[in-house]
Design a protein around this ligand. Structure first.
Ligand code: M6R
Length: 362
């Protein structure tokens, strides 16, 4: 049932091009520059959004915040659900609470959603599991259609959540008159390319296996990224922690000099998301800061970027795509890196210690 793969996690990583096809499916309307999501919700009836989720789903929510604010100009807050439910959030009937969950059963996410509802919020679920608890408590569901995910470390569901949040942002941006038809068309065209681009990344797995070989004995890892690539950095660190048990931390790259830079020495591999985009130059300065202190930089860079090789010890190139969509191609090498390292260390990839696939207790 693993389709010839040694682990579910690897099978699910390889399913991602197909998953993207499925999530985007018949929803993109390139001609009109719109997305058809079949939601009952009126995008004009909301003034703010609260995204509620846990773990990997929360990082997809953080990514969603950047897009909802950039493309639809809706003020968006993002919280892990276990904080949200107890922080007495300011909610009114023009607040949209979005619960993101693969299983649809995560108790903190469900309770966070209930808290928002009690306070009068409108509700939307971005969910994988059909008919799950959360889907029964929201007004609208946007299914991500990733298919069943067995590996405890979430991979394909994350990919599908990113795509769903991007579609939602385009949809809201168009309906609220913020996003022009041309800009939406450009984004949708780029989204259509994603399955093929992710396929291209997967073909380069041997390069990741080589990096894993080189770095699997490290005690700690640092992951850095900015803007939409900050959540990617956090997701990369979480994947590594979960299945290899190597300590990994993530930071928005600009925060490094406010403390974590003290950690850097010649033993610390630092994975930097350095794809092309408005903050590329800033990210290069962050790489220089790491290098100047002897850190080992593994850069995830855009195809054709040859400059970066002068600064980073190792470079993994991902295909060029709209900067707001770069996380979809960039998270794949991080998933593979965590996987290859865990296998080299002899870990139980599909059933990592202390973890459950769905967390239905507090
Ligand atoms: O089913 P959910 O998406 O609500 O699960 C949320 C988290 O428990 C989940 O993403 C967890 O962090 C995974 N183990 C990440 O790989």
């Amino acid at each position: 049932e693993k389709g010839g793969f040694p682990h579910y996690m690897l099978k699910e990583i390889y399913e991602q091009p197909w998953v993207l096809e499925n999530t985007l499916g018949g929803r993109l309307r390139e001609e009109e520059g719109d997305v058809e999501l079949g939601l009952g919700l009126d995008p004009m009836a909301i003034d703010r959004i609260h995204v509620i989720a846990c773990g990997t789903a929360a990082y997809a929510g953080w990514y969603g915040k950047y897009l909802l604010e950039a493309l639809a100009r809706i003020p968006t807050e993002w919280d892990v659900a276990s904080e949200y439910r107890y922080r007495d959030p300011v909610v009114d009937e023009r607040t949209l609470a979005i619960a993101i969950s693969q299983s649809g059963e995560t108790i903190d996410t469900l309770e966070g959603l209930r808290e928002a509802k009690r306070k009068g919020a409108r509700t939307l679920g971005v969910i994988n599991a059909k008919g799950s608890s959360i889907t029964r408590e929201v007004e609208d569901v946007l299914y991500i259609h990733a298919g069943p995910e067995i590996g405890v470390a979430s991979t394909k569901a994350y990919m599908a959540m990113l795509a769903a949040m991007a579609m939602l942002a385009v949809h809201f941006g168009r309906r609220r008159g913020i996003l022009s038809k041309e800009e939406a068309q450009r984004l949708l065209k780029e989204m259509r390319k994603l399955p093929r681009l992710v396929e291209e990344v997967l073909e380069k797995r041997p390069l990741i296996a080589h990096l894993a070989e080189k770095y699997h004995q490290a005690q700690d890892f640092l992951f850095l990224g900015r803007h939409v690539q900050a959540p990617t950095a956090y997701e990369g660190a979480l994947k590594l922690k979960e299945i290899s048990y190597i300590h990994a931390e993530a930071y928005p790259a600009g925060e490094m000099k406010h403390g974590p830079i003290a950690l850097i020495d010649e033993h610390l591999p630092v994975v930097v998301l350095a794809t092309k985009g408005p903050l590329y130059e800033k990210t290069l300065s962050n790489i220089q800061e790491v290098r100047a202190r002897g850190g080992k930089v593994i850069a995830i860079a855009t195809e054709g970027d040859m400059e970066i090789g002068k600064l980073a010890q190792d470079v993994f190139h991902v295909p060029e795509v709209h900067p707001l969509l770069a996380p979809m191609v960039s998270v794949v090498p991080l998933q593979l890196l965590a996987y290859e390292i865990a296998v080299l260390l002899g870990r139980d990839v599909d059933q990592p210690r202390n973890l459950a696939k769905s967390v239905t207790v507090e």
